[in-house]
Design a protein around this ligand. Structure first.
Ligand SMILES: *[C@@H]1O[C@H](CO)[C@@H](O)[C@H](O)[C@H]1NC(C)=O
Ligand SMILES: *[C@@H]1O[C@H](CO)[C@@H](O)[C@H](O)[C@H]1NC(C)=O
Length: 356
């Protein structure tokens, strides 16, 4: 390239860069204080004028945010050119609407599909979907879209809701005490898998993670039984957490990824007898609340192109790494994972051929 041409390109790049900076400056980014200080549901209007849940921090100049408390209490604020909103944020609400789970028709789910979100003025604003087997008290998979964010707001919620999908008694089969009793029932009073009824060994592992959402109400909407499976805590905290973080870090500025997360199989463990007897690990009565053998996460681009598939073995007692199941053709993982049972043995699968 001639020097003159190089110079011309350089000028062009500077001009584009300046333009981007100016454009970014004209926005009203949502700060941590604004997001953590609010308990209203944030929506804007899509191109057709319908409400859509606000999922990203960026608010463009002229964009109108609808801050919903109740259907008859919606306050609007507009992002101005001076980067301030016409009505300052945050804005509280005394009686915020909770996210509901409503049954929808969806052929991708062979059980009951729930849409988790809000109904405002007859319009469904969806956060994610959960395919749930009510007869067996078992979450099968969830789907959601994850957008980027620059910080992680404090999680304001801990209580799980049942949403009419399971009984109170069935929900209690997730408690530490009940899990201890279940293991003694299945493997006898001398079992060593669960040492006592106080320490958490198996917890309620989210399928759609709360950290994939921006606002407090959205994060709390993931605390639902239709969105959790019994998962070993150490696996949840280690390799599974690494996978969830990898997904969030893969999102390019302004982009999004489509995620399907699910559980498959039923964990089988041996008794201490000689020869050992193998039993399915089921936390409730009959076939209710089985502990899954595997958890998987399928990551696709916003255009639905497969990007990665993770498959984690939900068994901290495995004496060695299991072989990959038929539905997973093993490929190298895009990040380092810990190759132990306690961290959760993990396979990455060919995303093109993965069939679940
Ligand atoms: C934006 O609002 C803040 C706080 O109300 C105020 O201090 C500041 O001067 C405003 N900025 C502009 C450009 O109006
Ligand atoms: C995944 O499977 C497809 C189809 O069989 C194949 O073309 C591709 O090379 C595989 N990718 C990897 C990373 O093995």
């Amino acid at each position: 390239m001639e020097a003159q041409q190089v110079f011309r390109y350089l000028l062009l790049f500077i001009a584009i860069g300046l333009g981007l900076v100016l454009q970014a400056k004209a926005d009203c980014p949502l700060s941590r204080a604004m997001i953590e200080g609010t308990n209203r549901i944030f929506a804007n209007r899509d191109r057709r004028g319908n409400y859509a849940l606000k999922r990203v921090q960026r608010v463009q100049t002229g964009e109108v945010l609808h801050m919903i408390c109740q259907p008859n209490d919606i306050v609007q604020t507009t992002c101005q050119r001076n980067t301030n909103f016409t009505r300052p944020l945050p804005l509280r609400c005394n009686n915020p609407m909770a996210a509901t789970a409503t049954i929808v028709t969806d052929t991708s789910c062979r059980a009951t599909m729930y849409s988790i979100g809000y109904t405002i003025n007859n319009r469904r604003l969806e956060l994610y979907r959960a395919c749930y087997d009510r007869a067996n008290v078992k979450a099968i998979f969830t789907t959601h879209t994850v957008y980027g964010k620059t910080f992680f707001p404090a999680r304001p919620c801990v209580a799980f809701s049942r949403d009419g999908a399971l009984s109170e008694a069935d929900a209690r089969t997730f408690t530490v005490r009940s899990i201890y009793d279940a293991f003694r029932r299945i493997f006898g009073n001398t079992q060593r898998y669960i040492p006592n009824n106080r320490n958490v060994v198996i917890n309620r592992g989210h399928l759609t993670p709360s950290a994939d959402f921006l606002f407090g109400d959205q994060m709390c909407a993931t605390f639902k039984y239709v969105n959790v499976v019994p998962q070993f805590k150490s696996i949840n905290d280690r390799n599974w957490e690494t996978i969830e973080r990898w997904v969030r870090n893969r999102i390019r500025l302004g982009g999004s990824l489509r995620i399907k997360t699910g559980a498959v199989g039923n964990l089988i463990l041996p008794t201490r007898q000689r020869p050992p007897v193998r039993h399915r690990v089921i936390l409730g009565t009959g076939t209710k609340n089985p502990v899954p053998e595997w958890m998987f996460k399928v990551v696709r681009t916003s255009r639905n192109r497969p990007l990665a598939v993770f498959l984690t073995y939900n068994n901290i007692y495995a004496p060695r790494r299991p072989t990959a199941p038929r539905f997973c053709t093993s490929v190298p993982c895009p990040m380092a994972l810990v190759n132990t049972a306690v961290a959760g043995f993990t396979y990455c699968c060919n995303a093109t051929t993965f069939s679940l």
